[in-house]
Ligand binder design. Structure first.
Ligand SMILES: Cc1cc2nc3c(=O)[nH]c(=O)nc-3n(C[C@H](O)[C@H](O)[C@H](O)COP(=O)(O)O)c2cc1C
Length: 209
């Protein structure tokens, strides 16, 4: 059984999404100490932003008309798609930036779709844990309700298009304790953090089961 782990934070060791993914992996490892774990970090080693256009260009012409750069881009698209297809389970840490999905994650999704004939059902039957974190809070009744354009999009792609058996772990208010304007939410943020950590541990055990 192989586990695919994808991170995408741009915040290095301070990443709260990677910390939750660490917990998922730790619980998985506790049950399955020697299973292979394939990793990719989209925030630290971004996929080239121009590869998507080149991969689509390569697909549109016969093999002999493809440039070396277009061939390399298509090979990369196939590689990221195959990585997903080969995974028996996956944990994806994909946080919110600028009210949406990060450019690194969007590039990855576009390349995966370019790397297959039909993206529908690419992950059918694969348990996938999506970990997503955000600095603020966007739930019902909040001033910015509906401004999180990350989580819904990711659910659409992962579950509705790729067909993953999806578990979503969300942690809001990660900027509490960092941004003084949010100090009044300290207690609430601590509760959200604790429940996200418990959900991550549970998800790791369930991936290993
Ligand atoms: C460039 C940048 C943009 C961000 N944009 C938002 C935003 O639009 N809304 C929000 O609630 N938090 C925003 N945040 C805060 C992140 O969502 C928060 O730090 C979250 O924990 C990111 O996950 P990470 O810790 O794994 O990097 C932003 C952070 C950065 C660095």
């Amino acid at each position: 059984m192989s586990l695919l782990r994808i991170d995408s934070s741009i915040q290095g060791d301070g990443s709260s999404s990677s910390a939750l993914a660490d917990q998922v992996v730790a619980e998985f490892r506790a049950v399955r100490p020697s299973e292979p774990i394939v990793t990719r970090h989209l925030g630290e080693q971004p996929l080239p932003a121009d590869a998507w256009r080149a991969a689509l260009g390569a697909k549109a012409v016969p093999e002999e008309q493809r440039t070396p750069a277009d061939r390399a881009a298509l090979a990369l698209a196939v590689e990221v798609a195959d990585e997903l297809r080969a995974a028996d389970a996956a944990v994806l840490a994909l946080p919110l930036y600028n009210y949406g999905v990060s450019q690194h994650v969007k590039t990855w999704i576009d390349l995966v779709i370019a790397g297959v004939d039909d993206p529908v059902g690419l992950l059918t039957g694969t348990p996938v844990v999506l970990v997503t974190t955000r600095g603020g809070a966007y739930g019902p009744g909040t001033p910015r309700e509906g401004w999180d354009h990350n989580t819904g999009y990711l659910r659409r792609i992962l579950a509705d298009v790729w067909g993953a058996d999806l578990t979503v772990i969300e942690r809001e208010f990660t900027l509490v304790g960092i941004n003084p304007a949010l100090d009044e939410f300290r207690e609430h943020a601590a509760t959200l953090r604790k429940s996200a950590e418990e959900a991550a541990a549970e998800a790791g055990r369930s991936l290993a089961a």
